[in-house]
Structure formats: structure tokens, C-alpha cells
Ligand binder design. Structure first.
Ligand code: GCO
Ligand code: MG
Length: 410
């Protein structure tokens, strides 16, 4: 039975596009009773496509619906579209789902994690990024993260002979993959150079930090199955917590080959949008961690489904949480994390101070862990006046070419 008064229906669904340092798309659902729910609809480099999908095709369908019917609305938007799945559709559905959970929390006076069954842990382990163009810079960055309390750190370094490398800022400033401008930046990539260098760097990091710190590394979709197997073997002694996105995400069966050659834990899924893309990776146990994100994979309701399938196969969740996942989606992910047994770790790249101002939040970081807080709903409030001061600015993720000029995966 619905806990929302019968009279309460969705009165408005508005889309805010704001760029306080980087672009974010946010959905605001308001009910006739005056309750407001927030959802993150940011899709890096394709922001306006999701904004249009929501404004032009979803918002009109929401008006007059019962906000308490979260699952029915999910099914309606998923099954009702015929052209289902894909990042634009699933990010849009995700934003609606988050906003409706936010409203249900406010209606009942409960934080969302309570509505999901209550806390199964006291706090959520998180990892952040360490980045250095060369080894001394990387070790310095790892040490700085440890001083901030992090017990899990992703280490990425430059590669000799290359000018740009995913995850690393040459200037030593914070790394932000999306670059402002009308077209994507073009980077030159050389996998052989990376493979010669990465094992040496990660081994040196492990020697520097000792055995306790959880170390992670992201290969960002760039290897063939053979290269991935070789890298996995070369990293066995580094004792990684996970090696991420070794091969391009569409190529799933190749992971059988990788698995035959290495026991390095594999994490995949930040670009997946539904449980169906995770299905064979989970049921064949080709991965150890699912990386699906609450905003890009259909919201809280769908992330819970992915978690439930993964749980049966002893696979754990380690959701995506870079700077392009807004503090709204991070909140949603943390509510899921607190209430989901097989949630292992949350990525937390962090935000510029202005982003924290635009997206006020009850979630907090302390001592290497995150907690969603106890405010009703998701516990986020968007400062719309401040957001309006930073209009959308065209920005794209880079593209990558091999040394011969041919396109490769970024
Ligand atoms: C990660 C990711 C990101 C992505 C970015 C693209 O593991 O955090 O790989 O850094 O590159 O989210 O929009
Ligand atoms: Mg990644």
C-alpha cells in the first residue's frame, strides 16, 4: 500500500544543466504536496542528449503519476519505450528513479537506506585517485591520499614517450578527463609503451606503501585479451585490490582467456547500463567486482537488481564515482552501499569546493570511509540560484589515436 497521500501526484519535472567547474545535469521532481526529489542525469560529453530525453520525452509522462510507485514508473519508462537500454535512456530512467526514492524518503521521514532494508554496515569503504606523471610524483600523491585517511588508492602514472595518459595530469594539478571546448582533445596512445612501464610503477608503489594499503589500477579499456593476461600475470605480486577495465567493455567472452592466465581481481562495468550487460560476466564469474553506476544504470532500483544477481555469485559492487557522477548520484550510491551486503567499495574522486556548494549533501567522508547521512530521502539539496550562475559549457572526453594515426579506445 502506498504511504504517500493518495492526492499527491507529480506536478513538475524540470531539468537543470549547470557547470560549476564541470557540467552536471540534474532532474528535479516536485509533487503537488510540495515535496522535491533530486536525480543525477549527467552523462559526460553527452549531457544535452539526456537533458532533451528527460525534458522532451519523459517529463510530460511523469505529470500526474503517483510518486510512490517507483517500480511501476521504472517499468513504464523501461518497457514502455521499445528502444530500450543504452546510456541516454538508462541515465534518464536512473535520474527519475533516484528522484522518486528521494521523495519516498521525504514522505516517510526516512533516509533512503532505511527504506532499502536498513544498514548492513556502519560505513562504506572508499577509494580515491593518486596520480603522478613520474614515480616520485605518484608516490607523493599516494602518500598525500594516505594522510587524508584513505585505505584504498587507485594509482595511475605517466608513460615515457607519451604526452598524455588517461588518469594523469602532467601539470600535477587534479586530473579531470573532460576538456572544455567544441571538440574532443586528441591523444596519442601506445599500449606497448604502457605495458613496459605499468608493472614497474605499480611494483614500486607496492614496495613503497607496504602490504596493507589496498591498491587499484585502471587500464581504461585499452588492452587485447593477450595483453590483459600478460599484464595480470605481471601484477600478481603487487596484490592489487582490482585491475579495472582491461579490455573494451563490449568484448565480454575474451575475459575467459584473461581468467585462465591470471588471478588478479578484475573490475568492469562503469559503462554498462543494465543488468543484462553484466549477466554473463557475473554468471560465468569472469569478474570480481561490478562497477555499474547508479546514475548510468537505471538508478537505485536497478543497481539493487545488479547487486542481487552478483551476490549469488560472490561478486561484489564497487560503483563508479568520478567527478562526472554528481554528489546526488554519489548520495544514491551510498544509500545502496549502506544497505547492500555485497557492496565492497565506493570510488570517490572528490569535487571542487564549488560543486559541494551547488549540491549540498548530508553524506560525509571520514577516515577512508563514506556515510550517506541520516536526512530523509537522499539528503541532497541543490542550490538552484547558485547553479543558474554557471550555464552549460561544451566539454568532451578525449579521443585516442595510435602512433600511426588510427583511432583506438580512449
Ligand atoms: C573511473 C573512470 C573515469 C572515466 C570517466 C569518463 O574509473 O573513474 O574510468 O575516470 O574515465 O568517468 O567520464
Ligand atoms: Mg574506470
Amino acid at each position: 500500500m502506498s504511504t504517500t497521500p493518495k492526492s499527491d501526484t507529480i506536478a513538475a519535472a524540470e531539468v537543470l544543466v549547470t557547470s560549476p567547474g564541470r557540467n552536471f545535469v540534474t532532474l528535479k521532481i516536485t509533487t503537488t504536496e510540495g515535496l522535491v526529489g533530486w536525480g543525477d542525469a549527467t552523462l559526460n560529453g553527452r549531457e544535452l542528449a539526456v537533458a532533451s530525453y528527460l525534458r522532451d520525452h519523459v517529463a510530460p509522462l511523469l505529470i500526474g503519476r503517483d510518486p510512490a510507485r517507483i517500480e511501476d514508473t521504472w517499468q513504464y519508462l523501461y518497457r514502455g519505450v521499445y528502444w530500450r537500454r543504452g546510456p541516454v535512456t538508462m541515465t534518464s530512467i536512473g535520474a527519475v528513479d533516484m528522484a522518486l526514492w528521494d521523495i519516498k524518503g521525504k514522505t516517510t521521514g526516512q533516509p533512503v537506506y532505511q527504506l532499502l532494508g536498513g544498514a548492513v554496515r556502519d560505513r562504506i569503504l572508499t577509494y580515491t585517485h593518486a596520480t603522478g606523471w613520474d614515480l616520485p610524483q605518484l608516490l607523493e600523491s599516494v602518500d598525500a591520499r594516505r594522510e587524508e585517511g584513505f585505505r584504498a588508492v587507485r594509482a595511475q602514472s605517466g608513460v615515457p614517450g607519451l604526452d598524455t595518459v588517461y588518469g594523469v595530469s602532467r601539470s600535477g594539478r587534479g586530473y579531470e578527463p573532460a576538456g572544455r571546448g567544441a571538440a574532443p582533445a586528441e591523444e596519442v596512445w601506445d599500449t606497448d609503451a604502457y605495458l613496459r612501464h605499468a608493472p614497474k610503477v605499480l611494483t614500486a608503489v607496492r614496495d613503497h606503501v607496504g602490504p596493507e594499503l589496498k591498491l587499484l589500477h585502471d587500464a581504461h579499456h585499452r588492452l587485447t585479451p593477450g595483453q590483459a593476461a600478460r599484464l595480470g600475470r605481471a601484477l600478481e605480486d603487487v596484490d592489487l585490490f582490482w585491475l579495472e577495465d582491461v579490455t573494451p567493455a563490449e568484448n565480454q567472452q575474451v575475459l575467459r582467456h584473461v581468467r585462465q592466465h591470471t588471478t588478479v581481481p578484475l573490475a568492469i562495468g562503469e559503462v554498462f547500463n543494465t543488468v543484462w550487460e553484466c549477466q554473463s560476466l557475473i554468471t560465468e564469474q569472469l569478474i570480481d567486482f561490478v562497477r555499474t553506476c547508479v546514475s548510468h544504470a537505471g538508478g537505485i532500483s536497478h543497481l539493487r537488481r545488479i547487486a542481487a544477481l552478483a551476490e549469488i555469485w560472490q561478486i561484489r559492487l564497487g560503483p563508479h564515482g568520478p567527478s562526472d557522477v554528481s554528489p546526488v548520484a554519489l548520495a544514491a550510491s551510498l544509500h545502496v552501499g549502506l544497505a547492500t551486503p555485497n557492496f565492497a567499495i565506493q570510488e570517490y574522486m572528490g569535487y571542487e569546493p564549488l560543486v559541494h556548494e551547488v549540491f549540498g549533501h548530508a553524506w560525509s567522508y571520514a577516515d577512508g570511509h563514506l556515510h550517506p547521512g541520516d536526512r530523509p530521502g537522499l539528503g541532497v539539496e541543490v542550490d538552484e540560484t547558485l547553479a543558474a550562475r554557471f550555464p552549460y559549457e561544451p566539454a568532451y572526453l578525449p579521443v585516442a589515436r595510435r602512433r600511426d594515426g588510427s583511432m583506438t579506445d580512449w
